[in-house]
Design a protein around this ligand. Structure first.
Ligand SMILES: Cc1cc2nc3c(=O)[nH]c(=O)nc-3n(C[C@H](O)[C@H](O)[C@H](O)COP(=O)(O)OP(=O)(O)OC[C@H]3O[C@@H](n4cnc5c(N)ncnc54)[C@H](O)[C@@H]3O)c2cc1C
Length: 377
């Protein structure tokens, strides 16, 4: 792009803040509008696989992420009683560790600080209330009453994306998979030196992810009715009921859960925008365009890759429309690979029926996917 662009980012989550920093480093002018009043995040952790760490390096925050997190190299697969079935070294994209766990609040704070240092303002408690794209720019009105003209508006506004609804109504609303995820942060036990996945009991899977020297999070994936919501006061009892029968490190972690506080319940849904990710100068990215089930721990990794590649593609083209088309051509196959394999793994790990296409993907499996995704994005 010969002249720097003015870009409005709708959503200050993992993808939106990464885009803010990447654009500013490339000389563009960006602003973030975020509905929440601050950059808080769920008090659980997230895995940053090698490709996500690579993006963190490119935007200058890799060291901060590794210092705040728990880098690890080997994925351990156990049976439900805790017997180790396999130890799978994870591939690296470069000299950074192959993976790292990090508390979500720490990641939000690192990305928020980098956004501030890059000179990109974040307007909290604000959302887009109106937009008009006339082909050469987008006139946007915000909920605080202000308005401005932008060259590009990016919807990094998450799985429930209001911008996606504005473009496509309810055509691509999140599809519930029939499964939910329970997460809680507990003290790390010394044997948990990397992610430990415990599978084998029909429809329930458990995993442990170290996120700091002292902490790890326990996650359980369980089959749940679409309208089920755990009564907050009963969360501990319900989680323990679902993980009854698990032994080894999962049972040990569960024993340290001593109350319902901090247990986060999330329904697992996915989003497939089976139409262009951009309409004119408004583009959807990250979960807004392609939310996956978390089985490959790649949702946020895809969001940050989207952000970096979008910046580079805008830099390589003189025309916004051509850049958005080229960006989507590059990103869609990789994001769909993650989405389709994640969904197939969810079905396999929970004993659900798979389609012939999913059986093909499952031949690649989780270890094969790590080798695919470690290749440049
Ligand atoms: C149980 C679970 C575990 C996961 N584990 C991993 C993992 O280990 N590794 C991994 O890579 N991924 C993981 N993911 C996926 C990951 O969390 C998402 O893919 C990632 O957060 C997507 O980033 P995003 O920026 O697209 O959206 P988000 O991070 O969801 O950010 C969206 C932002 O938009 C804001 N917003 C929403 N509406 C508006 C509005 N109207 N106006 C302004 N702002 C708005 C929100 O407040 C939010 O800040 C997991 C997901 C789940 C559910």
């Amino acid at each position: 792009m010969a002249t720097p662009l003015r870009v409005l980012i709708h959503g200050g989550g993992i993808g939106g803040l990464t885009l803010a920093v990447a654009l500013a480093r490339s000389g563009h002018t960006a602003e973030v509008v975020e509905l929440r009043d601050e950059l808080d995040a769920l008090g659980v952790g997230i895995i940053q696989p090698s490709n996500a760490l690579h993006v963190m390096r490119e935007i200058g925050v890799l060291d901060a992420c590794l210092e705040a997190g728990f880098p690890w190299e080997v994925l351990t697969i156990c049976d439900p009683v805790g017997t180790t079935l396999a130890k799978i070294p994870q591939p690296r994209m470069d000299e950074a560790p192959s993976s790292s766990g990090i508390p979500r609040p720490a990641l939000a704070s690192i990305l928020g600080d980098a956004t501030g240092k890059a000179g990109v303002p974040i307007r909290f408690g604000t959302t887009i209330s109106g937009l008009e794209d006339d082909g050469s720019g987008v006139d946007v009105t915000l909920s605080d009453g202000s308005s401005a003209r932008w060259d590009l508006v990016v919807g990094f506004d998450g799985i429930g994306s209001p911008l996606r609804s504005r473009l496509y109504g309810d055509r691509f609303s999140p599809e519930y998979t029939g499964f939910a995820n329970w997460r809680v942060t507990v003290p790390r036990t010394p044997e948990v030196q990397g992610v430990v996945v415990s599978v084998g009991r029909t429809s329930t899977k458990a995993l442990l992810t170290p996120i700091t020297d002292d902490l790890m999070y326990l996650a359980a994936v369980t089959a749940e009715e679409a309208d089920f919501r755990p009564e907050p006061a009963r969360a501990e009892e319900l989680l323990k009921e679902r993980l009854a029968g698990f032994g080894g490190p999962v049972a040990e972690a569960l024993a340290s859960v001593t109350g319902p506080e901090g247990i986060v319940y999330s329904r697992i849904s996915q989003v497939t925008v089976d139409a262009p990710w951009h309409v004119g100068r408004v583009v959807l990215a990250g979960d807004a365009a392609h939310a996956s089930t978390p089985n490959l721990a790649q949702g946020a990794a895809m969001a940050v890759e989207d952000a970096l590649v979008l910046t580079r593609t805008l830099d390589e083209h003189d025309d916004v429309a051509a850049a958005l088309t080229a960006w989507e051509e590059r990103r869609r196959p990789r994001a769909m690979f993650v989405q389709n394999l994640s969904r197939a793994l969810l079905k396999e790990e929970t004993g659900s029926a798979t389609t012939p296409e999913e059986d093909e993907l499952l031949k690649i499996g989780m270890p094969g996917a790590a080798h695919v995704l470690v290749k440049p994005y």
